[in-house]
Design a protein around this ligand. Structure first.
Ligand SMILES: [Zn+2]
Length: 128
């Protein structure tokens, strides 16, 4: 006797419910906006209308610019991660470890909504 479950499988994201995914999507989008603003603001600060000013100012500005670019670099990297996470949502791969295809724990995603790897893989990468 065969008992087949004839449930229509709704298009669902492996591991996360669609409302959870929606929650993280909003979170990621908010994060993305914040980061873009920060990067934009820093860039403005780093690149003032620099035509005017004496030599000393120019030197000081270029030092400041290097510093700001360095800071911006981290944010840009984070922004990349956030955008990659949003793409994973589009592909219904969000919350799945890119290395072992295991589920990433919700608690981890809450701290790091852009996490690519589960905690086990992440630890492995870090201790290599
Ligand atoms: Zn993993």
């Amino acid at each position: 006797m065969k008992k087949q479950k004839k449930k229509k499988a709704p298009k669902k994201v492996k591991g996360l419910t669609s409302s959870q995914v929606e929650f993280f999507r909003k979170k990621l989008e908010g994060l993305q906006e914040d980061l873009m603003q920060t990067v934009g603001k820093k860039r403005e600060e780093a690149l003032p209308d620099s035509e005017v000013g004496d030599e000393g100012d120019v030197a000081a500005q270029s030092v400041q610019r290097d510093l700001v670019f360095e800071l911006t670099d981290n944010e840009k990297r984070l922004l990349d991660e956030v955008e990659a996470a949003l793409r994973r949502i589009e592909k219904s791969k969000y919350g799945i470890c890119e290395s072992c295809s295991d589920k990433i724990k919700i608690i981890r995603l809450k701290f790091m909504p852009y996490a690519r790897y589960c905690i086990k893989c992440q630890a492995r990468f870090e201790h290599r």
